[in-house]
Design a protein around this ligand. Sequence first.
Ligand code: ADP
Ligand code: MG
Length: 695
Amino acid sequence: MKTSETLAQSVASLSGIGSQSVIRLEKLGVHTVQDLLFHLPLRYQDRTKIYPINTLLPGMSVLSCGTVEFTDVLMKGRRSLICRISDQTGFLSLKFFHFSAKQQAILSPGTLISCFGEVRQGYQGLEIVHPEYKVISSTDNITEPCLTPIYPLTDGLRQATVRKAVNQAISLCLKDQQTICDYLPQSVLENKQYPSLNQALLSLHQPEQQLSTQQLQQGNSPALKRLAFEELLAHHLSLLKNKKAIKKWQAAVFNIDKLLSQSFLNALPFQLTRAQQRVIDEIVSDLSSSHPMLRLIQGDVGSGKTIVAAYACLLAISSQYQVAIMAPTELLAEQHLGNFKQWFKDFDSHIVYLTGQLKGKARQQALIDIEDGTASIIIGTHALFQDSVIFNKLGLIIIDEQHRFGVHQRLALREKGQHKNTRPHQLVMTATPIPRTLAMLQYSDLDISIIDELPPGRRPVTTRVIPSERREQVIAKINQWTVNKHQTYWVCTLIEESDVLQCEAAEKTTEYLTQILPDVKIALIHGRMKSAEKEAIMFGFKNHDYDLLVATTVIEVGVDVPNASLMIVENAERLGLSQLHQLRGRVGRGDQESYCLLMYQSPLSETGRHRLGVLRETNDGFVIAEKDLELRGPGDVMGTRQTGQMQLKIADLNRDLELLDDVQEAANIICSQYPQAIQPIIDRWLGQSTLYSEV
Ligand code: ADP
Ligand code: MG
C-alpha cells in the first residue's frame, strides 16, 4: 500500500484499537493514521537510564532502583505505607496513602525493585509519593531506548493504548523508505535548518537521547519548531488563498457622481482629515472594480471611521444598491442610525433599523421594506443575518467593531448577499489595532486601510491610576466636574463576563452614588435594559439632563457625547489594555481637558502596575496593542477562544511568535514557486476547519 493510503486509513485498522478506543480518539480529533502521527506528546519521561539514589534532587522525575530495607504502615498523621529502598549510594522512601496488604507483602525486605516518580524532600530525606514500581530480578534491560512520550488522553483512554497505536503508525509510515510527504520546499528547510517532516515527527515521538527533556518540554526542539512553523504557515496560506478566491467573484460596480459626493461632503459640519480622505480614495477604487472589496479599516477610537463608511454607503445607494450596516450592540446601532439619518437627510434614501428588540408590526414592516427594496440603508445588530431577513439587492456590507463578532456571524451575512456569481462588497472596521505580526494570521485575506490621524482639536486624555482606597477623592472630583457643567462616566466591571452580575453591581453603585452626591443628576445604563429605555437615557445624557452616567461596559464601543470629559473605571486591573483604551475613547471628544481615572483594588501585581502604566503613558491605540501583546500574550489579545478562529494544534503563539516573519517569507516563496504545495499544506493542518478561517 502507498504511504498516502496508509495515512488516510482509520485508526480502527491498527491492532489494539477497538471501537471504544476509536470513539475516545475521535474526541481528541484523531481519526486517521496521519492524525495519530500528528498527535504529539505533551511531555516526556526519562527512563533511559537508572539514577543512583545519591544523584536524585527534589523535582526530578526519573528511574531509580534499590533493595527494600523495610516496609511499614505509619499511623502518625495520615495513615500511610512507607517503603524504604537503598542502593550502594543512599536510601529513598516510597510513600503510599492508598495501599493494600498485598502490596505490603510484595514490598518485603530484600526485594529488588525499580521505581519511577517525582522526587521530593520528605521529613526523613528524599521520597516519592505513589511511585510506579516493579519487582525486578536484575537491573539489566529495564531502561527504555528513548524518552518516554506522554500523550494527551481522554477519559478511559490509556497511555499504553495510544503509545502502541502511535508506534504502529510510525512503523507503517515513518520507518524505512516510506516517507510521509514533506510539502515544505527544500530551500526553506535548509534556510531554517529544519529537519524533514519525517525526521521531525519521529524525533518527537521517539526522541533521540541527546535531546534533553527540558528542551523538548519547552518546545525548543528543532522538530517542534518545524511543525509549529508549518502549522502557522498553513493558516497564513489559507487566508491568502481566500483573498485570491474572493477575486474570482463578481461584484457590483458603483459609479461615483462627483456632484452628489461633493454636496454630501459639503453638508458635513467638518472637513475630512487627510487620513480619512486617503482611506476613502482606497475604498472608491475598490468599489469601482467588478470584484468584491474586502477591506478592513483600522483606526483608533474617535478617528472618524463612521463617516468613511457613510461615504461608501452613499456610493452604493446612488448606484441603487442596498447597504447593510451591522454593529455589535444596540446602543451603537442606534447611534449610527441617528448619524446616518442626519447625514442622509437630503439624499434619496430610506433607512431601516432592525435589531432583536424590534417586534410585531414594526418588525414586519422593516422586513417587507428590506425585501422589496424600499429600504436602501439597513442598520442593525446581528439580527440582520437571521433567516427571515431577505435583502432585495445587497451591494455593500459594513461591519463595525468587527472584533466583537464571531466569524460565523460575518460569514452568514455575506452569504445572504450572494447571488449567482456575485457577492456584496465588504467593509469591516475596528478600533482595536492588531499588532502587525498577528495581523498576518488574522487578516491576511483582507486589504487593510489605516486611519492614523485624529480629527483636529482633540486633546489627549490625561490618565491616572488610583487605588480604590481613594474612592472618596474620586467622588469629590465628580462634584467638582458637575459644578463646572461637565459630565462624567462611571464604568463598573466584573471579573466574570456575567451580564446579570455586572448590572447588579452597576445598580448598587448608582444607589450609593445617589446618596452621597445629592446635587448630581445620575442615570444608569446597562445591557439588560430595553432598547427604548437605553435610547432614552443616552439621549438624556447627550442632552445633559444627567451629569453622571453609571454604566457597565456596554458603553465600550462607539458612544459619542463630547461634553463628557471625566471617566472613572472601577476595577480597571481586570480589563485588557485594548478594552480600557476603547472605554477611555468615550472621553476626550470635546474641546475641554479630559480625564480618565483607572481605579484598582490593592494590591496590584507587578504586571498589573505595568499594564495600567502603559495607559497612563500613551493614547496611541497601536502602541497599546503592541504592549498588550507583550504583556498578555497573543492568545488574550486575539481572543481566539472567543472567535474560535484559529485552533492551533501544535504552534503556541506565546512561544512561537518569532516564527511569524519567516512564515510570511516562506508563504511568498511557496505562492510564487511551489503553488502546488498550497492546498496540501492547508489540508494537512486545517482540514475541515478551512471554512472558519474565511472572514
Ligand atoms: P470612530 O472611529 O471611533 O468610530 P466616529 O466615527 O464615531 O469615530 O467619530 C468620532 C467623532 O468625530 C464623531 O462625533 C464624528 O462626527 C467626529 N468626526 C469624524 N471625522 C471628523 C473630522 N474630520 N473632523 C472633526 N470631527 C470629526
Ligand atoms: Mg465607531
